[in-house]
Design a binder for this molecule. Structure first.
Ligand code: KIV
Ligand code: ZN
Length: 388
């Protein structure tokens, strides 16, 4: 089986639709260009039929992005697909992504149609999209809660109709990794023509399992992952791009899979998306949180100063951060104080470590975090004390 994982980014579609205020066209283009630099294979730029503004943004992104495939979303309706085709035709390479819900809950309560009608609508939509491009993706919305027999039927028909990528979304983040991986495994066992398309997954994070479910799907044969920067998206968000990319990168020996992501672009892309979307990243967020490469306890700080891999499974440099951060707190030991003073230009013969460390602990107990300027003030205070 192919060892390449296609990274399909939907920050500008699933991510953007969940923001309280929409992004301007200029902001969307800035993000699209950052995603292209990051090495994303497919950028889902928006939902062209949804508004004139979205149409114009998708069109502009299609014009400026050269190295990634630009994609637009459409329901399984001709007018949506036509809007996608029209917005995207200026692109170097583009994809039309069409979807319809397949779970009983959605088919009977939302669409109020029969299962046969849904298959017919999906087939017609895919065939219509193929008039514009050979690169057509079809999604079975709420696949995670779709009966497996019907899901197999949908996937088989979608591929027959010409879908080159078939996406299996866990739209409401309901499944667990064993279940979701099992769904993908069953598709590979049961759908006769499955090797004619790329199987993709799109996991939401309602139970905090979006990344785990995407990984389980990859282990069962999925070769495209849909994700967003910082995991932004509807409700609790989507599978986070930086997490899935760094799992595959850090555990290459285990999975043997490659992405085209330039991991050193991760940090600045995350910051750009956070700022433009006005969505702060939680401090303890994996890979891109402010604390992801910070060490606080004395034992950990001493460990990383002796050998970085004692408490770091990947380097900060590998995701584009200059260096790790050793927080100076009352849990810090003498080793880190000496190290920080050396970084600030003080040699060990310039000060009395025991005396500075005693002053440091007193201050840290009162203040919590001790900053470089505090440390320099303590040095000065200690020298004054010795002189008088
Ligand atoms: O979550 C979902 O099912 C979606 C589809 C449109 C792919 O976003
Ligand atoms: Zn989604």
């Amino acid at each position: 089986m192919d060892n390449r994982i296609i990274i399909f980014d939907t920050t500008l579609r699933d991510g953007e639709q969940a923001l309280p205020a929409s992004l301007s066209m200029k902001e969307k283009c800035q993000i699209a260009l950052a995603l292209e630099r990051l090495g994303v294979d497919v950028i889902e730029a928006g939902f062209p039929v949804s508004s004139p503004g979205d149409f114009a943004s998708v069109q502009e992104i299609a014009r400026v992005v050269k190295d990634s495939t630009v994609c637009g979303l459409s329901r399984a309706l001709e007018k949506d697909i036509d809007a996608c085709g029209e917005a995207l035709r200026v692109a170097e390479q583009f994809r039309i992504h069409t979807f319809i819900a397949t779970s009983d809950i959605h088919v009977s309560n939302k669409l109020k149609k029969s299962q046969d009608d849904i298959v017919d609508m999906a087939v017609a939509a895919i065939k219509h999209a193929r008039r514009f491009t050979d690169d057509v993706e079809f999604s079975c919305e709420d696949a995670g809660r779709t009966h497996i027999d019907y899901l197999c039927r949908m996937v088989e028909n979608a591929i027959k109709a010409g879908a080159t990528t078939v996406n299996i979304p866990d739209t409401v983040g309901y499944t667990t990794p064993t279940e979701f991986g099992g769904i993908i495994g069953q598709l590979f066992n049961r759908v006769p023509n499955i090797d004619k398309a790329t199987i993709s997954v799109h996991c939401h994070n309602d139970l905090g399992l979006a990344v785990g479910n995407s990984l389980a799907a990859i282990e069962n044969g999925a070769r495209q992952v849909e994700c967003t920067i910082n995991g932004i998206g509807e409700r609790a968000g989507n599978c986070s791009l930086e997490e899935i990319a760094m799992i595959l990168n850090t555990r290459k020996a285990k999975f043997g899979l490659e992405t085209k992501i330039d991991t050193q672009e991760i940090s600045r892309t995350s910051k750009l998306v956070s700022q433009l979307c006005n969505m702060p990243v939680q401090a303890n967020k994996a890979i891109v949180g402010a604390n992801a490469f910070s060490h606080s306890s004395g034992i950990h700080q001493d460990g990383v100063l002796k050998a970085q891999n004692t408490y770091e499974i990947m380097t900060p440099e590998s995701v584009g951060i200059n260096k790790n951060n050793l927080n100076l707190t009352s849990r810090s030991g003498r080793h880190v104080i000496k190290h920080r003073l050396a970084e600030l230009g003080y040699q060990s013969q310039d000060y009395d470590l025991e005396s500075i460390y005693t002053l440091f602990l007193k201050l840290a107990d009162k203040k919590g975090q001790v900053y470089d300027y505090d440390l320099e003030a303590l040095l000065f205070f200690d020298q004054q004390k010795q002189e008088y």
